[in-house]
Design a protein around this ligand. Structure first.
Ligand SMILES: Cc1cc2nc3c(=O)[nH]c(=O)nc-3n(C[C@H](O)[C@H](O)[C@H](O)COP(=O)(O)OP(=O)(O)OC[C@H]3O[C@@H](n4cnc5c(N)ncnc54)[C@H](O)[C@@H]3O)c2cc1C
Ligand SMILES: NC(=O)c1ccc[n+]([C@@H]2O[C@H](COP(=O)([O-])OP(=O)(O)OC[C@H]3O[C@@H](n4cnc5c(N)ncnc54)[C@H](OP(=O)(O)O)[C@@H]3O)[C@@H](O)[C@H]2O)c1
Length: 438
């Protein structure tokens, strides 16, 4: 029976490439007219969060699929145009384009009522609406498109007379000149947009509810994620942390040296904020650090939790994204507060035949992981591997959640956070165990 892949972003493309190579029949549905998802600037799927100046922050050699390196003449950190071109190249190299139904949205995914593990998938495309039965569904609709605004909104937000924008909607810096801009958050969207703003806005503030270790893109002339290569990735986290902490001390010093709050967590306990420009812009006085917003205090006044106030024309909420599956009824599966309890972050225990590709937030790139996850799912679909029983999978999920709570700062942005190399090794180990169960 055919498999269904939802989405042809990098994760869906990885899944399609693997299934095709393994001779597994599939349909892949893509809402937009092109592949690349988030990396297609102004994607006509209406879902991309890419802004004009976006470059990857995980270097190209680490981020590339194992099946095809990025072009050798690419820079270490290509921009979104180059990334979209790379995904086009992958699709053409492996002749996947004819296998993808473009401009076709998956509307509904329902468990078949007469066969456990089978799924009825309803799509709407150029030829109208259709429902088909599949033996497996690989969900790859991405998790960085559904903007998460502060919950609840800050008091007085509705009456604020300035503008409010989420990073998801931010495209070009033309919304910034002459304005007093407040960027909320200290993830990668926040630091990128604050840096851009700091060059052309009248004034730029960054407001954060906790500090962050800001990591430069280069260490010793090498992309930082190449320094932490798979060999050093074998080291236990405390050893990695100590080594990186020493290097950071020399390269950039301490966040407090730039007026940022002291992080309330250790290095590598939060998703990495990567920027070589953000700290110097603070040092230049072109960005001013503020604590969290307390309230919008009338007109354009924003009051912060330390009691200070600023007049602000534009607030850019860089407050992250929600994991949502509009095509799944909440009774089938949902991820409230981004909680997505899956066996090894891929397999739904309660919903056999439903697999999730790319629903991780690695300390590193998503693509090679999506590829490894797809190989494992291909093993399972083709009968070359068998899952453990539901009780064992639930136990693993419970242990995983316990570990997660200890390993990362408690935040909705960290529910699917994983260590890059250890997680890849986990998937490879699971593949071996699953093959041995056949
Ligand atoms: C600003 C920004 C920068 C980032 N930078 C990096 C980085 O440097 N490195 C990194 O590893 N990650 C980065 N990420 C994470 C990003 O999520 C991944 O790079 C990558 O886009 C994940 O690919 P995906 O295929 O899982 O999701 P997406 O790229 O979001 O693709 C999902 C695809 O599914 C399609 N789709 C959705 N719903 C449906 C439906 N119902 N029916 C049919 N098709 C559907 C969409 O049209 C889309 O093409 C970044 C994220 C953001 C927001
Ligand atoms: N390639 C690039 O250069 C690039 C650029 C942008 C984004 N990205 C990627 O895109 C993904 C999303 O990044 P993101 O920066 O948009 O989101 P994010 O990583 O989820 O960060 C959200 C930030 O907002 C803060 N926040 C959330 N809710 C808040 C609230 N109610 N009040 C105050 N602060 C709040 C969070 O603080 P807490 O930590 O306290 O929750 C965090 O600092 C990540 O994978 C990121 O790496 C990459």
């Amino acid at each position: 029976m055919k498999a269904c892949i939802i989405g042809a972003g990098s994760s869906g493309v990885a899944a399609a490439q693997v299934l095709q190579a393994r001779g597994i029949d599939f349909d892949c549905f893509e809402k937009g007219s092109q592949v690349g998802g988030n990396w297609r600037y102004e994607n006509d799927n209406g879902m991309s969060s890419a802004y004009r100046s976006l470059h990857i922050n995980t270097s190209r050699r680490v981020m590339a699929f194992e099946s095809l390196p990025m072009p050798a003449d690419y820079p270490d950190y290509p921009d979104h145009f180059q990334m979209a071109a790379y995904f086009d190249e992958v699709v053409d190299r492996f002749n996947l384009r004819p296998r993808i139904s473009f401009n076709t949205e998956v509307l509904k995914v329902e468990p078949a009522d007469d066969a456990v593990g089978e799924w009825d998938v309803t799509v709407a495309g150029p030829d109208g609406r259709a429902t088909d039965r599949y033996g497996a569904v690989m969900v790859a609709n991405g998790h960085h498109w559904d903007a998460r605004w502060p919950e609840p909104a800050f008091p007085g937000a509705e009456e604020f007379s300035g503008e409010q924008l989420h990073a998801h909607e931010y495209r070009e810096p033309d919304v910034l000149p002459g304005k007093r801009v407040l960027v909320l958050g200290i993830g990668n969207s926040a630091v990128d947009i604050a840096v851009e703003s700091s060059r052309i806005a009248a004034k730029t503030f960054v407001s954060t509810r906790r500090g962050a270790w800001v990591i430069p893109k280069y260490l010793n002339g090498k992309p930082i994620d190449e320094v932490a290569n798979s060999l050093t990735g074998l080291a236990p986290i405390p050893v990695m942390r100590a080594a990186m902490q020493r290097s950071l001390k020399v390269a950039v010093g301490d966040p407090t040296d730039y007026g940022l709050p002291k992080p309330d967590h250790k290095l590598l306990e939060a998703h990495p904020t990567v920027s070589s420009e953000f700290l110097p812009r603070l040092g230049h006085g072109d960005i001013t650090a503020k604590p969290n917003i307390e309230a919008f205090a009338g007109g354009r006044t924003v009051r912060f939790v330390d009691g200070t106030e600023e007049e602000i024309d534009l607030v850019v909420y860089c407050t992250g994204y929600k994991i949502t599956f509009p095509f799944l009824g909440p009774e089938v599966l949902a991820a409230p507060d981004n909680r997505l309890p899956l066996f090894r972050r891929v397999v739904s225990v309660e919903r056999p035949g439903l697999y999730f590709i790319g629903f991780i937030q690695p300390l590193g790139p998503i693509m090679p992981i999506a590829e490894a996850q797809s190989e494992w799912v291909a093993d399972l679909i083709s009968g070359g591997a068998v899952l453990p029983g539901p009780a064992e999978m639930r136990e693993q999920i419970a242990r995983q959640e316990e570990r997660q709570a200890k390993r990362f700062v408690a935040s909705k942005r960290h529910t699917v956070e994983v260590d890059f190399y250890p997680y890849l090794r986990e998937i490879r180990r699971e593949r071996k165990k699953a093959a041995a169960r056949v």
